[in-house]
Design a protein around this ligand. Structure first.
Ligand SMILES: [Zn+2]
Length: 66
């Protein structure tokens, strides 16, 4: 997912300056910030939040293939 909630319940967008750990707006589970390199340039990344292992097993925001 691209957005989550920080510890003050404010919406945050996944990005280089986003908090490492946030909360899923759908299930309240812990999500962690991940950056995936997309090109040859190490600074070129796509950022997203991903559920921590065991969090939100039935969350609608959890992609089916992970
Ligand atoms: Zn969730």
């Amino acid at each position: 997912m691209n957005d989550a909630l920080d510890r003050h319940q404010n919406p945050v967008k996944a990005g280089p300056d986003a908090p490492q750990v946030a909360k899923c707006p759908a299930c309240g589970g812990i999500v962690e910030l991940r950056g995936r390199r997309v090109g040859r340039n190490p600074d070129q990344k796509t950022w997203y939040y991903r559920h921590r292992r065991g969090e939100g097993p039935r969350c609608p925001r959890r992609p089916t293939r992970w």
